[in-house]
Ligand binder design. Structure first.
Ligand code: AMP
Ligand code: MG
Length: 309
């Protein structure tokens, strides 16, 4: 009886490893989200988790939880919003303010400029110093108050706004992976616009993920071989504009109000989960090489790859 059971188990495992992989891609979280695994129903269910996070963190939807928080200045948050904000405050503290989700007003100004450039608006100019100064006065995560007991989040200065763009994709990937595991999946790749998690192996090998060259879009600059690890890349090449030969990207230095300008074109982080890689890649990008590496070295299971201009 025992032998039969073992045989069935072995056949079961072998059966699964020979099943074909399915890959499904959807436009979500403002990017392309891809899930690859051997169970189609599990993929559908994992996408539901990603959708949930999109519904919470989408600044462009006035009904999203984050938009309601930004409009009212306070909210009794659901578990996911609360977790994302709490996690973000961790990076704020660790980075002494380089990672700061209250960059919302600044991010809006610079993203508007990026949109204008994409639409070839004539006579593109830099934002006025006074506009940046005003937005800067609304920045500072020490002005966010969190109440663990009531799950209340309050923004203590009127006009503040939170932007979860630097952490939501990684968080969503982790949620999707959790759902895949609950569905019995042991081998999968989830990729939300360069924020990935590799569950198990693909067959007998680790999952292989290519990272784009920051200046040559058709080239892969290096490959990562991952197993039960997350990875994320923050770069100045996805959302940016160039004016008078200078590049202005979507990652903002919260101390100056201007896009980060520190000779780095991309930072890739490998970490035990996708939220950590997402949060940390943005953090190291803003901190710069020296301070960024110093911080990453203190964290368990973290590897950093920096590409300089
Ligand atoms: P990522 O691509 O993960 O590095 O995140 C970049 C996005 O995070 C930007 O598009 C902004 O929405 C937001 N962001 C920009 N600068 C910062 C910053 N210093 N700290 C936290 N979030 C930021
Ligand atoms: Mg990030």
């Amino acid at each position: 009886m025992k032998k039969i059971k073992i045989l069935i188990l072995i056949l079961g495992l072998a059966g699964r490893s020979f099943q074909p992989y399915h890959k499904e891609a959807r436009l979500m979280l403002g990017t392309i989200v891809e899930i690859t695994c051997q169970d189609r129903a599990a993929i559908t269910s994992a996408f539901e988790e990603i959708k949930k996070i999109e519904t919470i963190a989408n600044n462009f939807n006035p009904d999203s939880e984050i938009s309601r928080l930004n409009a009212a200045g306070k909210i009794q948050a659901g578990e996911d919003l609360f977790n994302m904000v709490r996690e973000s405050l961790k990076y704020y503290r660790l980075s002494e303010g380089a990672f700061d989700i209250t960059v919302g007003p600044l991010a809006s100004i610079w993203k508007e400029k990026i949109r204008e450039a994409e639409n070839n608006v004539r006579g593109l100019t830099l934002p006025a110093g006074s506009q940046i100064k005003k937005a800067l006065s609304l920045v500072g995560s020490d002005k966010i108050s969190l109440d663990d007991n009531s799950s209340f989040i309050s923004l203590t200065q009127s006009g503040m706004s939170i932007d979860l763009g630097a952490i939501a994709k990684g968080y969503a990937v982790d949620k999707a992976v959790r759902r895949l595991k609950e569905s019995g999946v042991r081998s999968a790749l989830v990729n939300a616009g360069g924020n990935v998690y590799c569950l198990g192996k693909k067959g007998s090998r680790k999952w292989r993920v290519g990272v784009r060259h920051p200046r040559k879009p058709a080239e892969i600059v290096f490959y990562l071989d991952l197993e039960n690890q997350g990875a994320a890349t923050s770069g100045d090449y996805e959302q940016f504009f160039i004016l008078d030969k200078k590049r202005y990207s979507h990652i903002i230095n919260p101390k100056t109000g201007w896009p980060v300008d520190n000779n780095i074109s991309s930072v890739t982080i490998i970490a035990p989960d996708a939220a950590t890689s997402d949060g940390l890649s943005t953090t190291v990008f803003v901190l710069g090489k020296e301070k960024g590496l110093e911080l990453a070295e203190k964290m368990d299971g973290v590897e950093v790859k920096i590409i300089e201009n």
